[in-house]
Ligand binder design. Structure first.
Ligand code: MRU
Length: 339
């Protein structure tokens, strides 16, 4: 299996080295995080992004929190601070809870905590590779697929979820072409997915988000494959804004809509999509998308900028996880994963 030529996060002694995704694709620049506060800002400001990578990064953030704290209460409040960086991706809370348990069980042993964080990172890569193999079985030879946002190596500790499936299927000669939505407003599709597709050598085309409907209606797409930030117990799935309309179009034209995500993205405590908190982000992301002061709308205009939307389970064909492919009825089949 070919692996990517970059690393999204790496520990170097007492520092965390993070690839600054805000600068891609033009610059491959790494930044250092040395304390809880640095990790919080790296997640909030989207130096790192993508649900599984947010989780792995936060796991190392908890190591800093344990080192910096003089009491259990101080440690717990630093963990709460980290959890508040981005509200939708449940991998953030999942990783912090797992690290909190390790901290309390090991009496805040730094070595044990660092080992647990490395384990979370390694398990993420293993899960991605496993789910990619399951996902590839869903595709026929020479499939043309469409994806939204970035659910690749850049969104994870390595390899990727939706893009992991696409890469595995490409290696198995099941994919002839990929369409990538540019993904307004932060352009993760244009900046990150297009970068990964070119890096991997997969024939691909970048499209404005609104071109997806035309391609699907015209029979040009065999499957839509996307990642997830949080999957509720009934299968309702929060993912990057624009996934929900894509699912409506896919359902209308009977194109399968697949969600690829590790089990750590399933929120077993939330029964349906109504319970998923949706992050609203700054107006500047919409009117100044390249963050260079070149406004594309008047500063006086009001802006609504939800970062995610919820795709109802009725619009989802199957959920691809490292434990296998989950088909409807999702509620029963997701519950069965909880062991
Ligand atoms: O705002 P982002 O870039 O963190 O959003 C990322 C997504 O929506 C991804 O599709 C999702 O996190 C899955 S990543 C494997």
């Amino acid at each position: 299996m070919r692996r990517e030529s970059f690393e999204t996060l790496r520990r170097d002694g007492d520092k965390l080295i993070l690839l600054d995704q805000r600068k891609l694709p033009s610059t491959m620049e790494y930044v250092e995080a040395r304390c809880t506060e640095d990790v919080y800002h790296a997640i909030k400001d989207m130096i790192v992004r993508g649900a599984p990578l947010i989780g792995s990064t936060a796991a190392f953030g908890v190591c800093f929190a344990a080192k910096e704290s003089k009491s259990k209460d101080e440690f717990l409040s630093k963990c709460d601070f980290l959890s508040s960086a981005r509200p939708t991706a449940v991998n953030l809370m999942w990783a912090i809870e797992r690290m909190k348990r390790k901290a309390l069980d090991s009496n805040f042993d730094q070595n044990e905590l660092l080992k647990e964080a490395e384990r979370i990172k390694d398990e993420d890569i293993e899960a991605n590779i496993a789910l990619s193999r399951y996902g590839a079985t869903l595709l026929k030879e020479n499939s043309v697929v469409l994806t939204h946002c970035n659910a690749g190596a850049l969104a994870t500790s390595g390899w990727g979820t939706a893009l992991g499936v696409i890469k595995e299927a490409y290696l198995e000669k099941k994919i002839s072409h990929v369409y990538a939505d540019e993904t307004r407003p932060r352009l993760q599709g244009a900046r990150l997915t297009a970068f990964e597709l070119v890096d991997f050598g997969i024939p691909s085309t970048l499209i404005p988000d609104s071109a997806a409907a035309t391609l699907i209606r015209d029979g040009k797409i065999d499957a839509v494959i996307v990642g997830a930030d949080r999957i509720a117990l009934n299968g309702d799935t929060a993912n990057k804004l624009g996934t929900f309309p894509l699912s409506v179009i896919a359902k209308t034209y009977r194109v399968p809509m697949y969600i690829a995500a590790p089990v750590s993205t399933i929120d077993f405590n939330t029964s349906d999509g109504k319970g998923i908190p949706i992050e609203e982000r700054a107006k500047s992301e919409v009117i100044d998308p390249l963050d260079n002061g070149m406004l594309i709308a008047p500063d006086e205009i009001d802006v609504f900028n939800p970062s995610f939307d919820v795709t109802p389970h009725e619009n989802i064909t199957a959920i691809i996880t490292e434990k296998g492919i989950i088909w409807p009825p999702f509620k029963e089949n997701i519950k069965a994963l909880k062991s």
